[in-house]
Write a protein of this length. Sequence first.
Length: 190
Amino acid sequence: MKKQPEITEKTRQNLLDAYWCLYREKPQAEITVQKVADKAGYNRSTFYAYFNSLQDIHKQMEKRLLKQIEDNVTQILLPAIMNGGMPNLSKLYPYFAGDYLRVMLKDNSDSCFAGRLKRVLRDVFIQFLQLQPVDKKTEYILEFIVSGVLAVLTRWYDKADLAEEEAFELVDTLLRQKTPIAYFAQKNST
């Protein structure tokens, strides 16, 4: 008997949500298949019907998050910045101001995630700005930009000392208007 697709997707989503809930609360090493299955209200065999392992569910969760970020940066953030405006923060909020990036970029999280996110953002910049072919200097500039944006977001998540709008305005200012040195030079002259 075939399962109904909507039930199958709902079960899969429940398992992903349960994993995410546990991942937000504890180190990955403390999460077990049994804990994920229990949290979702299923048994271990149901977990294994959808995922091969904890690494598989983590990879699939991360892949979906990176795709959502890529889509939002491409469709909302970069067009707004390139047109001289601020993006609609409510559309970006679940990914940038929500738990997802804060948890994934924290110190005890998977350190490879930041590298994968940088590659996604780099590729988005290349595609959006039509930077083909990419020469060595462009690679360095993109590394500087993407690393800087991630550093600002990581500090913002960690310190929570700027309002959401202030954090995005700072990123916007640094991306569109000034280099960091010019930003500080102007700030110090006023």
